[in-house]
Design a protein around this ligand. Structure first.
Ligand SMILES: [Zn+2]
Length: 700
């Protein structure tokens, strides 16, 4: 994923915030020029007390710059307004990037307190900019003349972004409308925070307690051990506890022989947020959906989905529905065949029942062993982290001719972090890449890519990018180095793809770096194709002890099992995407009966009963407390793009220099500086076709 930092309005506006801000600005590294290599952040010098004064000063500087733009008596021009805006947040940009990245990857109580304090400050700061009528007047004036101003394509895009973002932020409303919008936004952000807090409580809750050893039948030793440790941490020593977090209960579903217990924990999982207790999310989400309709109407849109999609590639709800529908039937068909395989195992075992949703993981595991003779543990020794990272680097070198050189003279924010300088084939500096791959208490879960400094080139002042990749991969132990799972290998390549997008960027304005949410996963997901390609596996998958390359029979097994469970994964994902769209194409603002609405939504598409939607409304964080409302479809939308784009390589050679150069020039360098479909077509010569994705998932 690409990390999106959302502005959160804290429930408690006052918070424990008890350090003394450092009054001596000359000591604050944010107020000094950085004499570090490539002006990378001087992490050794940055202390938590330096952030707040830097945030305050950064906001002050931007406000001063904007006052100057507004007071300018000259007629508004692109240079004296838009370009001036692009340059107005230099300090604020630096401090907020360093702070938000470190708060995600290496946080502590003081940092979290500070986040609760600065988030509303920043939200108000940006509202004040967007709702500044004089500033909007100038932008509107330039926008009206945009065709006669001789602007470059990128300048036109940036102008368009500003104009639309201001309107979408409420700039065109009268005072009454603005007031109403602020109120709706405030209530929505509180609902979103509450939804997330409830869900966290319901997810970390105990899903299953086992007291009788016989009920552990089938579970591997490691799973039993973790459950015993979980019991201890929950004050139930001597028992075994499974929470509703995936790493805890999924292995139970995969291996437990106790069918009734699988059912119990599965049902607890899908009922999160729907237990009529203090953490119930039903009222919260129906109110959220209703407020979103109100806001969309206020801003001139029929539904929330129309509002959101206006800025995406998909443009309109009907396009998303058509896209999802085209995939739906073949996906259900494939899932039906997977059910037959599993029912076959059940019957051969002499059992007398029909497969249900809570049996899926258990019997899928059996089919995997039977059909593909594949066990993850056979692969790990070939996926030593350092080898995998080098594999990703080597793929990029062969494609784009770029080099990666480790630097030990650049400061890091944690000893686990490694630093690489990225250079062109001729040695010219491109940017810096940090990698930070192991889990720790101070790091959020998941994996992501972000920048400490984005690339830009205003008036010939070329700023090189400083990028970082974060993961939570398997750690080294006393006896073994870090040996990754297949999923972790793909994730490393995925985040590295986002990093390449940032590193190879060649735009002028920072604003042009932002790309629609249904395009942003193309550069990342396409890298996963190389990760598991036999030719690439032969390059980097070497046994950590002997250095032997992965044997052909193992590579064959990986290739042969690539379609395993794809029907299930596609169906559960698509069902959730339909549910998201249904909640956000509502046109009335009455609170809905959540259970009935969800049942109607999933009934309409005829979801097969052996599969549940990947999320239920009451635990669908992406859409009710994340940034993916009317956007959950994006992942598979971008999968069409990445499969189609990779097809271009496969048709010739996966390391074809010419195709790589075109992908770099037309996609990676351009950010969002032009309509992304235009960019894509320039690379591929045509709009993306869904065929390659269908084939990759076995849906053709
Ligand atoms: Zn991603």
């Amino acid at each position: 994923m690409v990390k999106l930092f959302f502005t959160l309005i804290p429930l408690i506006l006052f918070c424990a915030f008890n350090f003394q801000p450092n009054q001596n600005n000359s000591e604050n590294p944010f107020f000094k020029d950085w004499n570090t290599p490539f002006k990378t952040p001087p992490f050794d010098e940055i202390k938590v007390e330096h952030y707040l004064p830097a945030f305050e000063e950064g906001m002050k500087q931007q406000k001063t710059a904007i006052d100057a733009i507004v007071r300018n008596t000259e007629a508004p021009t692109f240079e004296n307004t838009i370009e001036a805006l692009e340059k107005s947040n230099k300090l604020l940009d630096i401090v907020s990037n360093v702070f938000s990245n470190l708060n995600a990857a290496n946080t502590n109580d003081e940092m979290q307190d500070l986040a609760r304090k600065t988030a509303p400050m920043m939200a108000k700061h940006y509202d004040d900019i967007i709702l500044n009528p004089k500033l909007f007047e100038r932008i509107k004036e330039i926008y009206k003349q945009k065709e006669s101003l001789n602007l470059t394509t990128e300048q036109k895009t940036v102008l368009d972004n500003y104009y639309k973002d201001f309107i979408r932020g409420g700039a065109n409303l009268d005072d009454k409308g603005k007031e109403k919008l602020r109120k709706i936004n405030e209530e929505l952000s509180l609902l979103s925070v509450k939804f997330g807090e409830n869900l966290l409580k319901e997810t970390t809750a105990i899903g299953l307690v086992i007291e009788d050893k016989n009920d552990l039948a089938g579970l591997p030793e490691g799973v039993i051990k973790s459950a015993a440790e979980m019991a201890k941490s929950k004050g139930q020593e001597g028992k075994w506890v499974f929470t509703l977090q995936k790493p805890s209960f999924i292995p139970f579903l995969q291996y437990s022989e106790k069918r009734d217990l699988r059912e119990k924990v599965f049902k607890a999982y899908i009922h999160r947020g729907n237990n009529n207790n203090d953490y119930d999310n039903k009222n919260i989400l129906s109110r959220t959906a209703a407020l979103r309709v109100q806001r969309a109407n206020l801003l001139g849109y029929k539904t929330h989905a129309d509002f959101v999609l206006d800025r995406n590639m998909a443009k309109k709800p009907e396009n998303v529905y058509k896209f999802l529908n085209d995939l739906w039937t073949p996906a259900q068909k494939r899932a039906g065949r997977e059910i037959e395989d599993m029912q076959g195992v059940i019957n051969r075992e002499g059992k007398n029942f029909k497969l249900e949703a809570w049996d899926w993981w258990y019997y899928a595991e059996k089919v995997k062993k039977e059909k593909y003779a594949l066990d993850e543990e056979m692969l790990r020794p070939y996926f030593k982290l350092e080898n995998v990272r080098q594999g990703a680097f080597d793929v990029a070198s062969r494609l784009y001719g770029i080099q990666f050189v480790e630097r030990t003279d650049i400061q890091v924010y944690h000893p686990d972090v490694k630093v690489f300088e990225v250079k062109e084939a001729d040695g010219k500096h491109i940017g810096i890449l940090y990698s930070d791959y192991f889990p720790r208490e101070s790091k959020e879960s998941g994996a992501w890519s972000n920048t400490f400094r984005g690339q830009s080139n205003i008036q010939g002042n070329f700023i090189t990018p400083v990028v970082y990749n974060v993961g939570n991969f398997s750690k080294p132990t006393d006896e073994k180095p870090a040996l990754l799972s297949v999923d972790e290998v793909k994730t490393l390549f995925h985040e590295f793809g986002h990093a390449l997008h940032s590193l190879l960027s060649h735009i002028v304005y920072p604003n042009a770096a932002s790309v629609p949410v249904d395009f942003v996963e193309l550069p990342s997901q396409i890298m996963e194709n190389w990760a598991m390609d036999p030719e690439v596996l032969r390059m980097y998958a070497k046994h950590y002890k002997t250095g032997e390359p992965m044997p052909k029979e193992l590579i064959d097994k990986i290739v042969n099992s690539s379609l395993f469970n794809q029907g299930f994964e596609t169906v559960e994902y698509l069902a959730a995407s339909f549910l998201d769209m249904d909640w956000h194409t509502l046109t009335d603002t009455a609170n809905k009966d959540v259970a009935a609405y969800e049942k109607g939504s999933l009934g309409k598409i005829g979801l097969i009963p052996q599969i549940e939607s990947r999320y239920q409304s009451t635990n669908f964080a992406h859409i009710f407390s994340g940034g993916y409302s009317s956007g959950y479809y994006s992942y598979i939308w971008a999968a069409v793009l990445d499969a189609d784009a990779f097809q271009a390589f496969k048709e010739k050679n996966i390391f074809d220099k010419e195709i790589a150069a075109s992908f770099r020039k037309n996609v990676l360098e351009k950010g969002g500086s032009e309509d992304v479909m235009v960019l894509y077509k320039r690379f591929r010569g045509a709009e993306p076709k869904v065929d390659a994705l269908l084939k990759r998932r076995g849906l053709n």
